[in-house]
Structure formats: structure tokens, C-alpha cells
Ligand binder design. Structure first.
Ligand code: NAD
Length: 484
């Protein structure tokens, strides 16, 4: 389906203006469902990032910095209204750019974008300090100031939603932002940048600089005038960001990968558990940091669960993302598809049993068939490494200790699930599973009110919830001496 993406839309947004890259360079994005060119996007280089950071620095102390907190909240609510007004266009753009089905974006991403923005808009005038009566001879209290210029670096799997996870709390706290979307999916970020300006967010408060990670992303990370980097992406790049941030000791939040276990006991409702396990791994073509990629099943019910998983995998309607009935689209790029197919080959070589899928689907586009491996051993690479595709690994266990050891036995700890109706066992697992989020008798829901993030290879810090405001504020202690 052709889409008229104007050249202005694909320019950078710096200091309230749509501008080409200083180098004049641009890059092409493809529609992953058709492999056809989609848009020509200005490619931010180091100079453009410098311009964006300078503009964000200036904007900190301008109208934005002087604005009443309540007015800041109102502007963010207007921003939400404009997103709602243009949601059809945003949904279509996101689908064309990423391959996500429009139905998924409409049902899941778009409501989450709006929920995140309105939730944090409400906090703008509630970021309070504390009066701490430390002394009799002084008034002592704290205020919470914006951390400053925020570099927000975003992946391609939920471009708009994860972008908003960063923009909304940063702006609510009075920070200014330079947003670097993923090079594969820059279009909705640019549209959000335009809407922010229309909403009355002053020039320079939200700059958008599409470009490549090693250049534009790294420039943001290395920049001495960026106070904070909030990053979602792969553990490898997370490590680079941590090193790069050492220059000016900027603050960093890292939301990285996962290899989440979904543990099913025989006393669970098997039908519901298998259904949730299937959507836990196949949703968004498995390109989800918290995908339930390891389905850890008691051996007494493994056959039943695998049967149900396979039936569900084979029923998923894969195809044109713009068709409202499509449940699964392509993966985001040829490279990602190749990586997934490599892992499928590795799984077979390691001796796991391929039960369904295992190959490209459709004649055109980067589609991978929903894939299930049974007889996976915990130490296999397909059980340890993040595939980021629609590939489920089923691992059997015989007792509770073994299940827990398998569930906790990777370098990640972002999320995990447990299915049981034994309350004592459930509580033991909720206590012992090493993950930032643990689900019981469900798998996958998130809500902006609840903290989200992990530890170890899943990163550190939390997004979502009131706690995320700490990412974007610095406490200042104030001491006014008045005598005894
Ligand atoms: P990626 O790390 O390759 O890229 C993420 C972003 O970082 C992109 O914008 C990219 O341009 C940029 N980048 C790349 N190199 C950079 C550098 N040297 N300096 C600064 N920025 C750089 O990740 P991806 O392939 O886009 O996304 C997939 C990964 O993201 C997976 O590992 C997934 O688990 C993770 N992820 C995590 C969460 C979460 O909430 N924890 C959510 C979504 C995705």
C-alpha cells in the first residue's frame, strides 16, 4: 500500500524546525512486509546531534524552564489530544515502518502511548520535595530539579510506545529531550516531534534525530552536555553506553534484553496457560524484550502443552499488517530474519526437536513462521540467548527446585511467569524468581503505573510508575540558617 510520506516529515526536528542533516545525507527505510522502499529519512550526524543538544540546553532555561508546572502538565495533555486526533496516521506509519499489524498497534501500542503520556502529564505539578526538619536553627528542605538534557535512545520493536516511556516522564519533570529513534523505525518519532510543537511544547524541548546508532546514538552518549541517557536496546549496546557515559559521568538507565521463563505446573489451568504461553512468545513476532521464550513445563503435561502450542502457532493469521485480521506481521528487517533463522538452525544442530515452523513464511517480506522447539535443554543456546523472534523453546522439568533453577538460569532477569493453583508454591516462586516483573496465572501484561525493568543483562533502573520520575530529577537540599 503506497503511503505519501512527505520529505519534510522525514527531516530531523531540531529547535522546532524540520531540517535536513548538515551533511545532506539521508537513508532509506523499507517496509518489512513488502521489502519495498518506504521513506528517505535525514541521517543525523555528530554535528546535528550537537545542534540538537545545544537547542535542548538552551530550552531548559527558556519558556519551558520558567513555566508553571501545572501549565507543563496541561501542554502534555494537549500533546495527548493531538496524538489521539492523528492516531490513524500514526498507527499506519508505525505499521509500515515496523511491520506490526495495524490491529495490534490500535489495540495495544496506541492506548499505551496515550496512557503513558496522560499518566505522566498528571505528575507534572506533583513532583514535590520534602521539608526535613534537621535542625532547630535552620529551615531545611529538598526540591527536585529536572536532571537536564536527556538523550533518549529507542529500539524498533515498539518505537512509539517505548519512545513515549522516555519522553513523557522526562517532559513532566521539566527536562528537555533529544530523541534518537532506531534507524529501522524513525517515522512515528518524527510525527510525535511535530505534534509536540503543535501542542505548544517550546522549540528545543523535544528534538528528534534519526540516524545510526554508532554515529548519532554514540554522539548523544558521548556528549558532555547531555545529563542523562535513557536507553532501551540490546545488552551489547547497553555496555557501550555505560562506557561512553563515563566521560561526564552522565546518569544512565538501561532497559535491555530478556529470556523470560514461563513455568507451568500440572495443577494450573492448562488450556489458559498454553494460550497465554503462545501469545507470550508469538505476540509482535516474538520481538518483545519480555517474550516468554522459555516455556518451562512439568514433564507430566508437556505433551499436552506442546500440542496446544503447536495448534495455536499453526492457526496464527500471518500476513499483510494493514489487514485488520492479521495477527502476526513480518519481523523488522532482513538482518533480524536471518538472525532468527540462524538460531533455528542452531537449535536443530543442538538436538532440540523442531515441532512446527522453522522457516520463512510468505513469498515476500521478512516473515518467519511461528516456531516451537520441544526437548530443549536449559544449557542450549536457544534457551540461553535472546532470539527476538517467534521461536518458543519448551523445556521439561520434574520438580519444583529444578523448575526454579531453569527459570533463573540465564544471564537475564527482566520478567518471568508461573502457572499454578497451589498458593504456597505460587508465593515461593514469586519470592524466588529473579526478575523485575513476575506474573502468576497470566503472562505479559504491563501497566505504566507499575515499575518495569530488570537487572544483570536486562539492565538497571526502572521505567514506569512514580519511581521513573527519579530518573529525570535531581534532589537539591536547601539549608536556610535563621538562628536559634
Ligand atoms: P540495539 O541495541 O541494536 O539498538 C537500540 C538503539 O540503540 C537504536 O536506536 C540504535 O540505533 C541505538 N544504538 C546502536 N548502537 C549504539 C551506540 N553505539 N550508541 C548509542 N546508541 C546506539 O537494539 P535493537 O536491535 O534495536 O532492539 C532489540 C533489543 O532491545 C533486544 O535485545 C531487546 O530485548 C531490547 N529491548 C528491551 C526492552 C526493555 O524494556 N527491556 C524493550 C524493547 C527492546
Amino acid at each position: 500500500m503506497p503511503y505519501d510520506i512527505s520529505t519534510t516529515r522525514a527531516d530531523l526536528i531540531i529547535h522546532g524546525e524540520r531540517v535536513p542533516a548538515r551533511s545532506g545525507r539521508s537513508f532509506e527505510t523499507l517496509n518489512p512486509a513488502t521489502e519495498q522502499p518506504l521513506a528517505q529519512v535525514a541521517e543525523a550526524g555528530v554535528e546535528d546531534v550537537n545542534d540538537a543538544v545545544a537547542s535542548a540546553r538552551e530550552a531548559l532555561t527558556g519558556d519551558w524552564g520558567r513555566m508553571r508546572a501545572a501549565d507543563r502538565g496541561q501542554i502534555l495533555l494537549r500533546f495527548a489530544d493531538l496524538i489521539r486526533r492523528d492516531q490513524d496516521e500514526l498507527i499506519e506509519l508505525e505499521s509500515l515502518d515496523s511491520g506490526k499489524p495495524v490491529s495490534t498497534i490500535r489495540r495495544q501500542d496506541m492506548p499505551a502511548v496515550l496512557d503513558t503520556l496522560t499518566y505522566y502529564a498528571g505528575f507534572a505539578d506533583k513532583i514535590n520535595g520534602q521539608v526535613i526538619p534537621a535542625r532547630q536553627d535552620a529551615l531545611t528542605y529538598t526540591v527536585r530539579e529536572p536532571v537536564g538534557v536527556v538523550g533518549a535512545i529507542v529500539p524498533w520493536n515498539f518505537p512509539m510506545m517505548i519512545g513515549m516511556w522516555k519522553i513523557a516522564p522526562a517532559l513532566a519533570c521539566g527536562c528537555t529531550v533529544v530523541l534518537k529513534p532506531a534507524e529501522l523505525t524513525p517515522l512515528t518519532a518524527l510525527k510525535l516531534g511535530e505534534l509536540a510543537l503543535e501542542a505548544g511544547i517550546p522549540a528545543g524541548v523535544l528534538n528528534v534525530v534519526p540516524g545510526f546508532g554508532a554515529v548519532a546514538g554514540q554522539a548523544l552518549v558521548d556528549h558532555p552536555d547531555v545529563d542523562k541517557v535513557t536507553f532501551t536496546g540490546s545488552p551489547g549496546v547497553g555496555r557501550q553506553i555505560l562506557q561512553g557515559s563515563a566521560g561526564n559521568l552522565k546518569r544512565v538507565t538501561l532497559e535491555l534484553g530478556g529470556k523470560s521463563a514461563n513455568v507451568i505446573f500440572p495443577d494450573a489451568d492448562i488450556e489458559t496457560a498454553a494460550k497465554a504461553a503462545a501469545s507470550g512468545i508469538f505476540f509482535n513476532s516474538g520481538q518483545v524484550c519480555s517474550a516468554g521464550s522459555r516455556i518451562v513445563v512439568h514433564n507430566s503435561i508437556r505433551e499436552q502443552v506442546v500440542e496446544r502450542l503447536v495448534a495455536r502457532a499453526e492457526k496464527i493469521r500471518t500476513g499483510d499488517p494493514s489487514d485488520g485480521d492479521t495477527q502476526m506481521g513480518p519481523v523488522v528487517s532482513e538482518k533480524q530474519m536471518g538472525r532468527i533463522l540462524d538460531y533455528i538452525r542452531i537449535g536443530e544442530e543442538e538436538g532440540a526437536r523442531l515441532v512446527t515452523g522453522g522457516a520463512r513464511a510468505m513469498e515476500r517480506g521478512y516473515f518467519v513462521a511461528p516456531t516451537v522447539f520441544d526437548d530443549v535443554r536449559p544449557e542450549m543456546r536457544i534457551s540461553q540467548e535472546e532470539i527476538f523472534g517467534p521461536v518458543a523453546s519448551v523445556i521439561g522439568f520434574d520438580d519444583e527446585d529444578e523448575a526454579l533453577a531453569i527459570a533463573n538460569g540465564t544471564s537475564f532477569s527482566l520478567a518471568a511467569g508461573i502457572w499454578t493453583n497451589d498458593m504456597r508454591r505460587m508465593h515461593r516462586f514469586l519470592r524466588d524468581l529473579k526478575a523485575g516483573t513476575v506474573w502468576a496465572n497470566t503472562f505479559g501484561p504491563t501497566d505504566v503505573r507499575l515499575p518495569w525493568g530488570g537487572t544483570r543483562d536486562s539492565g538497571f533502573g526502572r521505567e514506569h510508575g512514580e519511581i521513573a520520575l527519579e530518573n529525570f530529577t535531581e534532589p537539591k537540599s536547601i539549608w536556610i540558617a535563621h538562628g536559634a
